[in-house]
Design a protein around this ligand. Structure first.
Ligand SMILES: Cc1ncc(C[n+]2csc(CCO)c2C)c(N)n1
Length: 222
């Protein structure tokens, strides 16, 4: 079995827990509270800014030019596509840029992005690509699931839903899965373990990220 299939099996519980989260269920029905989506959007904008830096470090560590270019393109895409999504949603959901810029990362957002940045600086290309894979893959699977079962008419979250169910997005996810599998084939036993741990940890953070918005998480001491 491929590395990707093995680690996906291991996060089966996390993935299934995500599908039944109130956040996901209410996004599908369109009934998600505006306040929760606003919290999510602002934190996600912070997340994406840091995520683009992680992709840039991956590009810098790439073992060959094709991979270097691919991840450089991902950096560009993460910044451009996601920014436009956020700008659309910011306006639509009454979030001002000033408010977003003045908001600090939530404890979960900071923990997740710091984990990715620390991994990128400390660990190998292979381990770091394994750490970013859940970000792509879980979103693609959750996006498809939501798209197939969502109530689309009058759903204020329709545009978000369409973004992550896009076939182009799925193609970029498949490319990263293939890169991770290639790396796993040539990895030492010790490195494989680190890849597995990084993939699992990032998947936990994916669940936590949605959960933190459901809770409107802030710092418990200011
Ligand atoms: C917490 C969180 N996790 C994953 C994504 C999805 N995502 C973020 S950047 C990127 C790469 C291409 O743009 C993808 C798929 C998200 N938005 N927020």
């Amino acid at each position: 079995m491929n590395f990707s299939a093995q680690v996906w099996n291991k996060i089966d519980n996390i993935y299934n827990s995500i599908l039944i989260m109130p956040f996901v269920q209410e996004l599908k029905s369109g009934l998600l509270k505006r306040e929760i989506f606003q919290h999510y959007m602002i934190q996600d904008a912070i997340y994406l800014g840091e995520f683009a830096r992680v992709l840039a470090i991956i590009s810098a560590k790439a073992p060959e030019p094709d991979l270097q270019l691919q991840f450089a393109n991902n950096v560009r895409e993460a910044i451009i596509v996601e920014r436009s999504l956020h700008e659309n949603f910011f306006a639509k959901f009454g979030i001002t840029i000033d408010h977003a810029l003045a908001t600090e990362p939530s404890p979960t957002c900071l923990n997740y992005t710091n984990f990715l940045i620390a991994t990128a600086y400390r660990d190998s290309f292979a381990v770091t690509v394994a750490a970013v894979l859940p970000c792509f893959w879980i979103y693609s699977e959750v996006g498809k699931h939501i798209y197939q079962t969502a109530k689309i008419d009058n759903n204020p979250y329709q545009k978000w839903i369409e973004t992550y169910a896009d076939p182009d997005f799925e193609a970029s996810v498949n490319y990263i899965i293939q890169v991770v599998d290639q790396q796993a084939k040539i990895a030492s036993v010790q490195e494989l373990k680190l890849m597995e741990q990084a993939f699992y940890r990032a998947s936990q953070f994916e669940w936590m990220f949605w959960h933190s918005s459901e809770q409107l998480e802030t710092w418990s001491i200011k």
